[in-house]
Design a protein around this ligand. Sequence first.
Ligand SMILES: C[C@](O)(CO)[C@H](O)COP(=O)(O)OP(=O)(O)OC[C@H]1O[C@@H](n2ccc(N)nc2=O)[C@H](O)[C@@H]1O
Ligand SMILES: Nc1ncnc2c1ncn2[C@@H]1O[C@H](COP(=O)(O)OP(=O)(O)OP(=O)(O)O)[C@@H](O)[C@H]1O
Length: 274
Amino acid sequence: MVSFANAKINIGLQVLRRREDGYHDLETVFYPLRVYDVLEVVAASETRFIPSGLPIPGEGNDNLCLKAYELLRQAHNLPPVHIYLHKSIPIGAGLGGGSADAAFLLKLINQQFALGLSEPELIAYARRLGADCAFFIRNRPVFATGIGDVFQDVALDLSSYHLVLVKPDIHVATAEAYATVMPNPVGGQLQAAIARPVSAWRDAVVNDFEVGIFEKYPEIARVKALLYEQGALFAAMSGSGSSVYGVFNEQVELAGLDPGYKVFYIDNEQNLRW
Ligand SMILES: C[C@](O)(CO)[C@H](O)COP(=O)(O)OP(=O)(O)OC[C@H]1O[C@@H](n2ccc(N)nc2=O)[C@H](O)[C@@H]1O
Ligand SMILES: Nc1ncnc2c1ncn2[C@@H]1O[C@H](COP(=O)(O)OP(=O)(O)OP(=O)(O)O)[C@@H](O)[C@H]1O
């Protein structure tokens, strides 16, 4: 069985406070993005993880896919498996790619081996794998609080716009980004801001990671400025970066980017090009 694990973008992100456990409470809107990794699970005589596509830093044994499988194997009678992952979602990009793989693998195994797990049960497993993981079980636009794992649905549909995603040749580690951020306990603005037209988001929807990350990597700030210069209604860094997205009324072909940067275009008919 094959599954397509999509990325996410964060539309606005406010870091409210650092918690005793080292994690941070935040407010953000998660929006699924049609950029995909491909997963396949096949019963086998021994368990193996077989990646292809973009190289994944770290040991294969540390891959979140194996961790997700292992969680379910301990609780259910699963056979050994081969897990194939074709990686296309840029890494170190704030797109939640690893979290998406883990969450979609939980769903895939649940279906393929008829485990009968409910959505809340899958979310409980996902939470143990990473803060972003639970979102991908639901995988629809949500306003998120807690550490990014408590959800309220939001009526947000960007499908009539043209989306552009730029991944500079910079890897931002999530923990590094949280270490540079200055928490501000006054939240509560994002839900109202997101309800306004996209053209009004520029002054109202803020990603708190941008200050520290732009200071460290001015090139990422330049990408955001370039998206606005070329007609974006709204542009922002996603999550902890390094990727930056723009929302456009019209189809656009970005000019002036470093040739090493990856650009994904998703048009208003949901076609993906890169
Ligand atoms: C930046 C975001 O992508 C925004 O959606 C997420 O908050 C990151 O979530 P994630 O990658 O799933 O994070 P995890 O793998 O659980 O944690 C990685 C590291 O990020 C930091 N972390 C993560 C989430 C959170 N709410 N507070 C944190 O401080 C912690 O230092 C943690 O050790
Ligand atoms: N399946 C996987 N895909 C990508 N990275 C993985 C995976 N499994 C484990 N990792 C580890 O997680 C790190 C980054 O993961 P990921 O792509 O989720 O981060 P990100 O782009 O910073 O997204 P976010 O911050 O939104 O979670 C990688 O450097 C890698 O070591």
